[in-house]
Each structure stands twice: as C-alpha cells, then as structure tokens.
Design a protein around this ligand. Structure first.
Ligand SMILES: *Cc1c(COP(=O)(O)O)cnc(C)c1O
Length: 402
C-alpha cells in the first residue's frame, strides 16, 4: 500500500526515469473560427492529431445548439438513475434511433463506454464461465473480464486460431474491439463469429472506433464485414468518438437489453446521462447518417496520409482506419518525438506502456474530417524529419555502444 507522499514521489520519480509519466495538457481555446482541428495549448496554436473526433462533430454548431436547447428545456442534470426518475424523453428517443441505426431490436444508453463494457461482461458471464479477450483489447474490457469473476484468458492479437485454442469447453463469452483503439486494425470478426457459432460462445463486439467511420454507410465493423446480427448478438458503441458527444450504448435483442436493465450494476446504480447530452447525440446521429461526406473525407485524408507518409519514409502500421500509429519502440524516443511535434505546431500524443505492449511505444496519429489537406501534408513533413532524426540517433548510439 502506498499511503504516504514519500512513497508516491519515489514511484513518480521512477515513472519519469522510464519516460512513462503521463502528461495532462489544458485546451485553452479554439482559435480558428472555421476549423475545430486547431486548439490553443500553453498559448500556442496546435493542429490536433490526437482526438477521436473522426467526423468533426464535437464542436458542430447544430450539435451544440441541441445541447443548449435541451438544457434550457430539461435542465442540466437527470437528478436520478434511469430506474428511479432520471429516464427522460430524449433518452427514450435516442435509444430508439440507435436501435434503428444499428438494426437491432433495442438499444440501452450508458454514461460511458467503460461502464457499458463492465455491464455487458459482468451481466453475461460469471463464476464457472470463460471470458476470452484479444490481447490488445481496450482496458475497460479487461477490467470487465476481471470484475465478472469468470475464468479469463487472452489470445494473441487478431488471431482467431489462438482464440479457438483457448476454448476450454466451459460456457464462453468472446469479446473484442471491432477497430483496435491504439492500432487501428480490425478484429477478424468473420472468423471469430464462426468459432463462436461452432462452440456456442457469445460474441461481444465493442465498436467504439468503427461506428460512424467504417462500413459502406458508417454502421461500423459489422457492416464492413457484412455480418448478420445473430453472428454478433451484443454490440457496444460509444458516443464520445465519431459521434462527438459523450456516453455509450449496448444494442441487441429486446431480451438482452431487458436483462441488462435488470442486472447491469453500472446501469442501475448510477445517475442517468444528462438529457442535453442525449439531445446533442440525436443531432449528431442524424448528421452521421445524412452527411456521408464526413466519413468519405476522413477516409480520403487517411489515404492521403498513408501515401505521403510512406513516400517520406515514416513507418506505418497495417491500418486502413483514421487511427494511424507511428510505432517508434522506445518510450524515450516517442516522448521526444511528441515534444518535437508540439514545438512544430502539432498535437500528437505519445502512447506508451502499459497502454500498449513494451517496446511498441508510438505516436498515435488520428485523422478527422475537420483537418485540411495542407495540415495533413505538414504533419507528414514534420514526422518525416523527426523519424529521420531518431533513426540517425539510434545509429549513433549503436556505434557508440556496439
Ligand atoms: C474509448 C473506448 C472505450 C471507453 O469509452 P468511454 O465512453 O470513453 O468510456 C471503450 N472501448 C473502446 C474500444 C474505446 O476505445
């Protein structure tokens, strides 16, 4: 137990020494009237290449207006949980619209994706069951697996054969990100769905980074692979990424949703999401469906980034989504690169262990429909300069210490 300041300081010093101390920066404003992509940090203008606002909806005036109007009408807070007196019309309508969007019988709102994942796994698996997770699953799925009390195993990343080998014969829940949050690649959902069907396991997909972005009409990873509802009975989505607002939902059969309402502790024992957030999300959901140019634009910028970066010698990962990690390896190099980018006017955060495995520290570049082509090109130029410098420093170090 670390109960005193001295112990905290010693541990913090150790984090500093290993270049693992996390740094929080304050957004002081949005200096550019026309672009949500530019932020003011420490008095400096930066182009933000680290948000999850893939479609440029987080600061959309119509979304903000819906939030303000709902706040004037319904108030800022829900004042109770959904099952007491906190469930309102905006929640009810948003749930219906999310069910329609995902093509499921019902959807259930949660305050965060973290809580939605805890709800699903702890309500559907327990002692005596097996929970299988991809090794690179989001932290909330891992915590959910631990909380459930089920036996819990992780299989090699995106490896359906490894998932199959991990089966034990016990009742099984397989959970995976649709699009992996730090890598941008897709889970092998058709193969996982096949294994789930043959072994009578339940497949849960957390499509936090797929919904709104991929699939022919933006309905996410399931639509991309053309998977039927029965193949993935439980779909988790978050609203703080492509939708630009806040919150999350679970979509599935009416029976599944009713079970969660009765059993999910992170649904029952918490205050309902504020109605203004639900109202803003309804507007965002409408924009996601009507303005398909946003999805086309962020994907076109992704292609542009990959083409120019690859020509400029920037190491790219196998990702076709707007999440484009530049894996540099050491935490020290990555922190230095992030700082250099900051000095050059770009906000690209350094993602290090334990968020990602040891030796795979990275710059996590994310593209947004709100970026300009010239901003993407300028980032690639800066990245190319920084990657060349860190490569030559590595070479010098290995000469100095052969
Ligand atoms: C962001 C994220 C979450 C958590 O969602 P919040 O609404 O931010 O709590 C869950 N799963 C994945 C894959 C995520 O990327």
């Amino acid at each position: 137990m670390k109960r005193n300041a001295r112990a905290h300081e010693a541990e913090l010093f150790e984090l500093d020494r290993q270049h693992l101390r996390r740094l929080r920066r304050t957004v002081e404003g949005f200096p550019d009237e026309r672009s949500a992509a530019t932020v003011l940090v420490e008095g400096r203008r930066l182009v933000n290449f680290s948000s999850n606002d893939y479609l440029g909806l987080a600061r959309h005036p119509a979304v903000a207006a819906s939030m303000s109007a709902a706040a004037m009408r319904w108030g800022a807070g829900s004042a109770a949980s959904h099952l007491v007196t906190g469930h309102g019309l905006e929640h009810a309508k948003l749930e219906q619209e999310l069910a329609a969007f995902t093509g499921r019988e019902r959807a259930l709102l949660f305050s965060t994706g973290y809580m939605a994942n805890l709800a699903v796994i702890a309500a559907l698996a327990g002692r005596g069951d097996l929970v299988l997770l991809d090794r690179l699953s989001h932290a909330s799925l891992i915590d959910a697996g631990l909380l459930s009390g089920a036996r819990f195993r992780r299989y090699a990343h995106a490896d359906a054969h490894a998932a199959q080998r991990a089966l034990t014969g016990d009742a099984t829940l397989i959970a995976t990100d649709g699009v992996f949050s730090m890598d941008g690649d897709l889970a092998p959902l058709p193969a996982l769905a096949d294994i789930a069907r043959r072994s009578d396991a339940l497949l849960v997909v957390d499509d936090a980074h797929g919904l709104g972005v991929i699939g022919p009409s933006g309905r996410g990873t399931l639509e991309h692979f053309g998977l039927a509802d029965e193949a993935v009975p439980v779909l988790v989505g978050t609203l703080g990424k492509a939708f630009g607002t806040f919150g999350a939902f679970v979509a599935g059969s009416a029976a599944l949703i009713e079970w969660l309402v009765q059993k999910a502790r992170t649904y029952i024992y918490t205050t309902a999401l504020p109605q203004p957030v639900a109202a803003a999300t309804r507007t965002a959901l409408d924009l996601v469906q009507r303005e398909s140019w946003r999805r086309e634009r962020v994907l076109a910028l992704t292609t542009r980034f990959r083409k120019t970066a690859s020509a400029a010698g920037v190491p790219l990962a196998a990702s076709g989504t707007p999440i484009q990690p530049v894996i540099l390896g050491s935490s020290e190099t990555t922190v230095r690169a992030s700082r250099d980018l900051f000095e050059s006017g770009f906000w690209v955060s350094a993602i290090r262990p334990p968020t990602v495995p040891r030796g795979t520290a990275r710059l996590r570049v994310t593209l947004s429909a709100s970026h300009g082509e010239e901003q993407v090109d300028a980032l690639v130029e800066a990245l190319s300069r920084i990657c060349a410098t860190s490569a030559s420093m590595r070479a010098e170090r290995s000469l100095a210490h052969p």
